[in-house]
Design a protein around this ligand. Structure first.
Ligand code: FRU
Length: 487
């Protein structure tokens, strides 16, 4: 079906109850519905928004086009959780029903202030000529969950020197002052981020551009996020327009980070190390962070990418969010570990210690589980795991000790997705005693390598009965222990 502009900008409020019921039924019948990831009831989910802890609960909103698996008129959908594990669908939080957000309530963030949760986002508008104008808008949620949008935008104009690609405000507070970083495009079509400050969340003063070393680094920086962690300044953003380079930048758009000194809020200088990708898998974009109730820095990403068809489109829905990850900084790099709360998902446990030589060992089985596999001794050329496997179908994660590389291969994972961008993802890693930590759901896998030094996140679309787990060693012997919990 071709999605015309008219169809993409149809309002949820104009869809009949019957239409929504029909779509919902089709979605429910999809064999690839996830079991423990946040996913839309219908339509398309993209960026996580407004991730926060407020009034004793975590709030996680997301970009949502309800009426089909395409990008269209975006709403904010609200989910909440007491424990970061079990999420409740609350419903639509922000409708694009004002002049300043007529063509979408785009991405934004949240901060608590005076017992309310302030949601700052980009109101996307288009005129008759389909020219874009972005507004930065504030909505306020009280403790009962009622949300009121501001009468007028808090930032109405794009500062001179920047294009209408100006969006995704991320707020934080330093001392008594609020700051916001916004993703932008310079008039010369290069990406950057700009900063504003405010003392009351309604009057914002433009400070200028964040000064990084990345003058020519893609054409637009989406979803910026700045925070401080373990004494460092960390800047996360999603640059569009980077060319693939070796194992790097293989997806259509990238998400990554810079670690450096704390951002100088007077001079706006950010002195930093090199750009690292946050995730080495196929489906990861536009992450956002918040602090947990006990002060840990948590990150959630969109497990998907724009401009790629997914097999679930046929059932009128697309995408999910990643599991929450805990961040830490080690030697100038971000490490990401699954949030400790996720242990709550663990059910039946299986355990195995084995030594294999040039062979494949079938052990355990499952479709939804957590698996930790730790190598104790390794003189093999290649060691790895095939999972969601049956016959030739399999997804493979492996460590090649000669090439010193980790590789995720989804060429035989089932229904193809995004093949134009390749079917393998790799990264360098020097570690014979490799540790793979997998979270497998019906149609996804998140693999934390060596305690979160690298992560591979991907959707996979295998057959329902592809549930084998096989450990293999080539060119030598490997001793490993594996623990698996059903979820
Ligand atoms: C990133 C993004 C944001 C924008 C939102 C619209 O995926 O393009 O820049 O605010 O999605 O849904």
């Amino acid at each position: 079906m071709e999605w015309t502009r008219e169809m993409r900008y149809r309002r949820l409020e104009n869809a009949s109850k019957e239409e929504i019921e029909t779509i919902t039924k089709k979605v429910k019948n999809c064999e690839w519905r996830q079991s423990y990831h946040i996913q839309p009831t219908t339509g398309l989910l993209n960026d996580p928004n407004g991730f926060s802890y407020f009034n004793g609960e975590y709030h996680l909103f997301y970009q949502w086009f309800p009426l089909g698996p395409v990008h269209g008129l975006k709403y904010w959908y609200h989910t909440k959780s007491k424990d970061l594990v079990h999420w409740e669908n609350v419903g639509v939080a922000i409708k694009p029903d004002h002049d300043y957000d007529s063509h979408g309530a785009y991405s934004g963030s949240a901060i608590e202030h005076e017992n309310h949760l302030y949601l700052m986002y980009t109101g996307n508008t288009r005129n008759k000529q389909w020219e874009r104008h972005p507004y930065q808008v504030m909505a306020v949620m009280n403790k009962q969950g009622k949300i009121i949008k501001s009468q007028s935008p808090v930032i109405a104009d794009v500062p001179e020197g920047y294009t209408d690609h100006f969006r995704d405000p991320k707020i934080w507070k330093s001392g008594d002052t609020f700051y916001v970083v916004i993703g932008a495009q310079r008039a010369n079509s290069t990406g950057c981020a700009v900063l504003y400050k405010s003392i009351n969340l309604s009057d914002w003063t433009f400070l200028g551009e964040m000064k990084t070393d990345l003058e020519h680094f893609g054409y637009m920086w989406e979803c910026p996020d700045y925070f401080e962690l373990d004494g460092n300044g960390v800047f996360v953003f999603s640059p569009q327009g980077l060319e693939p380079k070796g194992d790097h930048f293989q997806n259509i758009y990238q998400s990554g980070y810079l670690v450096g000194d704390k951002l100088d809020l007077q001079t706006l200088s950010f002195s930093h190390g090199e750009f690292h990708e946050l995730d080495r898998g196929f489906d990861f974009y536009a992450p956002q962070t918040t602090l947990s109730s006990d002060g840990r820095r948590l990150l959630v990403g969109w497990m998907g990418l724009p401009e790629i068809d997914y097999p679930t489109d046929r059932n009128d829905w697309a995408h999910c969010l990643t599991l929450p990850r805990e961040l830490s900084v080690k030697n100038g790099k971000l490490f990401q570990q699954p949030a400790k709360e996720l242990k709550k998902l663990r059910k039946d446990k299986s355990e195995l210690e084995a030594t294999i030589t040039n062979e494949k060992l079938k052990a355990f089985s499952g479709k939804k589980y957590e698996l930790i596999c730790e190598v104790l001794e390794n003189d093999s050329a290649v060691f790895g795991i095939e999972f969601r496997a049956k016959g030739d179908e399999k997804t493979v994660i492996q460590y090649d000790a000669h090439e010193k590389r980790v590789m995720l291969d989804r060429s035989l994972s089932g229904q193809p997705v995004g093949e134009a961008f390749g079917t393998r993802r790799q990264c360098s890693m020097e570690s014979r005693k490799i540790k793979f930590h997998l979270f497998v759901d019906t149609s996804s896998v998140e693999i934390f390598i060596n305690n979160g030094e690298e992560v591979f996140t991907s959707r996979i679309f295998p057959k329902a009965d592809s549930n084998e787990i096989r450990f293999f060693a080539e060119g030598g012997t490997v001793t490993f222990i594996a623990k698996k919990w059903d979820i």
